[in-house]
Design a binder for this molecule. Structure first.
Ligand SMILES: Cc1cc2nc3c(=O)[nH]c(=O)nc-3n(C[C@H](O)[C@H](O)[C@H](O)COP(=O)(O)OP(=O)(O)OC[C@H]3O[C@@H](n4cnc5c(N)ncnc54)[C@H](O)[C@@H]3O)c2cc1C
Length: 360
């Protein structure tokens, strides 16, 4: 019988799990080292779509989109991804779009001229092949964190902020001035997961990813991902939010400073000016740490004794959090694990690479 659950980590995964458990009358204590949503969750770009090649992932993403729509958090917007001429990712996009459409997702293949016609605001001369997902949109991560914060507090979760915690070998939570025993403990600490579980070996890597907001941009643009340069952008308040500039990170996650590189800003602003045929000025920029696994699937499930883990979202944690937070909460209460996400499928010695590229 699980009556009391301790959760370490108040990002969107920990908050969704806390909300689900508290709604089922479980007593939940949530330990957050800083502010709720203050790490990757609050820094996300907010892109959401169900265009995944794997039917399981597509279904998780589609159900999460429904959650965002049901709670008025989503702005619908098509998601376009494309490869430039003479780029080998072009074949991968064609194959991927066909696979996604095969399992019933609303995705269509476009060539360069069709992109130009459909999205006149984008320069499309250099685009060889593209696909567009219609079940897509963006959310404001801060509004989503506020929404979850309201819900966990209303549901009676004991929320402790500025409360860094670790999980002992016995599965107790040391934090906020005491060591506490729970029926189950969930570690959803994002980039801080390894430090929270100092006695366990997890196949988890960290990478840093950057974003900026620039403008002005007139007219409608879709959300887009240029697979040839691995950069994305989406509309934001008369301008654009754009990323990526990712690289593996092996420093201390707890002291990560959230800054951006000059080179990222220069190349990204130049890329936007080219694609949108307008000069844009930088408004603000930031970066955050994401978690990655060897096979690009999350580590989500039972780890050992009373300890569960939910991390390794490979840059897609925000858009899948409604379903994955709920799934781990249900597993803690005796439900089935999500197929393929068992955290013990690795022994912790595997190497982890940067999870970018169209084959994701
Ligand atoms: C620039 C950027 C853009 C992104 N864009 C997108 C996007 O468009 N779409 C998308 O789906 N995803 C996106 N992501 C990824 C997304 O943000 C993450 O996958 C998601 O937020 C992960 O949520 P989480 O709850 O697992 O982790 P986090 O949000 O990192 O939450 C973990 C929490 O645990 C806390 N914590 C850590 N250690 C401890 C400890 N020892 N004790 C107590 N608390 C602790 C941290 O303070 C943190 O608040 C982006 C990320 C970045 C950085």
């Amino acid at each position: 019988m699980v009556d009391r659950v301790g959760i370490v980590g108040g990002g969107v995964i920990g908050l969704q799990a806390a909300r689900t458990l508290a709604k089922k009358e479980v007593s939940v204590t949530l330990f957050e080292a800083g502010d709720l949503g203050g790490r990757a969750s609050g820094r996300a770009a907010g892109l959401c779509y169900d265009a995944y090649a794997d039917p399981r992932d597509a279904s998780i993403a589609a159900d999460s989109l429904s959650y965002f729509r049901d709670h008025d958090l989503l702005t619908d917007c098509p998601y376009l991804w494309f490869a430039r001429e003479d780029d080998e990712t072009a074949d991968a996009i064609d194959a991927q779009a066909a696979r996604i459409a095969d399992h019933g997702r609303d995705v269509e293949h476009l060539d360069g001229p069709a992109v130009a016609k459909r999205f006149p605001r984008l320069v499309a001369e250099d685009i060889e092949t593209a696909a567009v997902a219609h079940n897509a949109g963006y959310i404001d991560p801060e509004a989503y964190v506020d929404h979850l914060t309201d819900r966990v507090r209303t549901a009676g979760v004991d929320v402790r902020t500025d409360a860094e915690a670790t999980v002992t070998e016995d599965g107790d939570v040391r934090g906020d001035g005491s060591v506490r025993e729970f029926d189950a403990v969930l570690v959803a600490a994002g980039a801080g997961t390894a430090a929270t579980l100092p006695t366990r070996d997890l196949a988890l890597g960290l990478y840093r990813t950057q974003a900026l907001v620039a403008g002005p941009v007139d007219g409608d643009i879709p959300m887009y991902y240029d697979a040839s340069t691995e950069r994305y952008a989406r509309p934001l308040e008369g301008g654009v939010l754009a990323g990526d500039g990712s690289e593996m990170y092996d420093g201390d996650a707890s002291t990560y400073d959230g800054t951006t590189d000059e080179q990222f800003l220069t190349t990204r602003l130049a890329g936007l000016a080219e694609r949108l045929q307008t000069d844009v000025e930088l408004d603000r920029s930031w970066s955050g740490l994401c978690t990655a696994t060897p096979d690009r699937d999350p580590l989500l499930g039972h780890l050992d004794s009373e300890v569960y883990v939910a991390t390794g979202m490979c840059g897609h944690g925000l858009m899948r959090s409604p379903v994955l937070g709920q799934a781990i909460a249900e597993q803690i209460l005796g439900g089935d694990p999500v197929d393929g996400f068992d955290p013990n499928r690795f022994d912790g010695t595997e190497s982890v690479a940067l999870p970018v590229g169209v084959t994701e």
